[in-house]
Design a protein around this ligand. Structure first.
Ligand code: UDX
Length: 455
């Protein structure tokens, strides 16, 4: 919405939310989301044609177009628990729009939704006996975190699904202010809804596929980066999204795949469901494999050993930790009784503790006393990589922050215990130079056979 406001100064954009604290943050200099370039975009438009407030009803009443941009987390209870999307917030929005509207509205689904949600939205909108007429559009967002501003300024495509050509044209006209018409694709409602889930499923599948191969590389002496380069130069495959890692995280991939799995099951397609579910299973395996490798390498025990953790966000350039692979790796290491000193340039200590607590909580909302104490006593959040590594038995790189590449590695090595284990979960650091400093390097998809003879 901030980008639309920036690019279309004559269109008033009102962002409304029930949560006053969030709205206050959007009105302040400290935005609730860290995203390179976002501050500037908001600053340019805020107070001109972009406002943030809690006046939900008034904003709906005034608007010609209403974007529903609420979250659709995976359901944690009842039918479809652990897979289906929780549509409670979407439904509440639709009901509020129905209550507060008159005349004609274009209602745009911006949230990622299961196929045929538009049907439900339409029924709710038409159930209120008002003089409201409306069109529903689906306009999924393809931006990735960390590159959101660039992705919005110059997207590969914009997708608009709908039934009414007039409504589709109205939204096309907004995007066409800065995006070439040929990059604005229009489809029917259901194709648009399904395309978003499918795009994320395909992207996540590529990561799981290369991660599956990384396990084989470690076992055979092949190098996953070399394999990725070799296959990525095949123009049919392409080079992107082939970076092997500790596993994908973020708010979308796992949630959307599980949602797709649930939809397939719902429509009586169990084989299709299990095909996609394997992408998530592979991702869980990749996270577990990494923590197991750490334990195994460190003489089968990390109990009471200090491990420096570099990075906690699900990828660089974001403060988002939702489904970050780091959470599960840290939890598993803690359960092996390791002591963790964690540093992330953008994630605050309380958020790290909250994520670890959540990861240790069972389905009934309970956390064991052992886990609780372990998070309290064995997790220290520190202010830089040097502090995280001092007197450590090992360092594990879990997020690919650029600043991790520009450290004084001699100093870090000097401050660590011997052997100085370096587990590179992102293949971020140059292995040869790290080895020449004296680190024992274990990287994703690289065999550990090539040990230094003096270790
Ligand atoms: C994703 C989609 O890219 C975006 O189009 C959609 O709108 C929302 O979901 P996002 O979750 O922000 O975006 O991040 P993305 O860059 O896709 O990365 C997802 C995860 O995959 C991260 O944990 C990242 O580290 C991991 N990843 C990505 C890899 O491990 N290897 C890769 O080659 C690429």
């Amino acid at each position: 919405m901030a980008m639309i406001a920036k690019q279309c100064p004559d269109i008033p954009v009102h962002v409304v939310d029930l949560n006053q604290t969030r709205i206050d943050a959007w009105n302040s200099d400290k935005l609730p989301i860290y995203e390179p370039g976002l501050q500037e975009v908001v600053q340019e438009a805020r107070g001109r044609n972009l406002t943030f407030s809690t006046n939900v009803d008034a904003a709906i009443e005034e608007a010609d177009m209403v974007f529903i941009s609420v979250n659709t987390p995976t359901k944690t209870y009842g039918i479809g628990a652990g897979r289906a999307a929780n549509l409670e917030f979407v439904e509440k929005c639709a009901r509020q729009i129905a209550r507060s509207s008159s005349g004609h509205k274009i209602v745009v689904e911006k949230s990622t939704l299961p196929v045929r949600t538009a049907q439900a939205v339409k029924r709710i909108l038409s159930s209120e006996a008002t003089n409201l007429t409306f069109d529903v559009l689906s306009n999924p967002e393809f931006l990735a975190e960390g590159t959101a501003v660039d992705d919005l300024l110059d997207p590969d495509r914009v997708l608009i699904g709908g039934e009414s050509q007039k409504a589709i044209d109205a939204l096309c006209d907004v995007y066409a202010r800065w995006i070439p018409r040929e990059r604005i694709l229009t489809t029917n409602l259901w194709s648009s809804e399904l395309s978003k889930l499918t795009a994320n499923a395909f992207l996540a599948q590529r990561v799981s596929s290369i991660n599956a191969i990384s396990a084989l590389c470690e076992a055979t002496g092949a190098d996953v980066d070399e394999v990725a380069r070799a296959i990525g130069t095949d123009s049919r495959i392409g080079p992107k999204f082939l970076k092997s890692s500790i596993g994908f995280g973020g708010s979308c991939f796992q949630k959307d795949i599980l949602n797709l799995v649930y939809l397939c099951e719902h429509f009586g397609l169990p084989e299709v469901a299990s095909y996609w579910e394997q992408v998530v299973t592979m991702n869980d395996h990749q996270k577990q494999r990494f923590s197991e490798r750490i334990v195994k390498t460190m003489f089968n025990t990390v109990s009471d050993k200090k491990i420096g953790i570099w990075g906690f966000a699900f990828k660089k350039d974001t403060n988002d930790t939702r489904e970050s692979a780091a959470i599960y790796i840290c939890r598993d290491l803690l359960r092996e009784r390791a002591r963790l000193t964690i540093y992330d340039p953008r994630v605050p200590a309380e958020q790290i503790r909250a994520e670890l607590t959540y990861a240790c909580t069972d389905n009934n909302g309970q956390i064991s006393e052992v886990d609780r104490q372990m998070i309290e006593n064995n997790v220290e959040v520190v202010n830089d990589c040097y502090e995280a590594s001092r007197q450590a038995h090992a360092v594990a790189v879990l997020t690919e922050w650029d600043e991790f590449k520009e450290l004084d590695f001699e100093k870090i090595h000097h401050s660590m215990l011997r052997p100085a284990f370096l587990f590179d979960g992102r293949n971020l650091l140059d292995r040869e130079s790290m080895e020449s400093i004296g680190f024992e390097v274990h990287a994703i998809g690289k065999s550990s056979q090539r040990r230094r003879s003096d270790d």
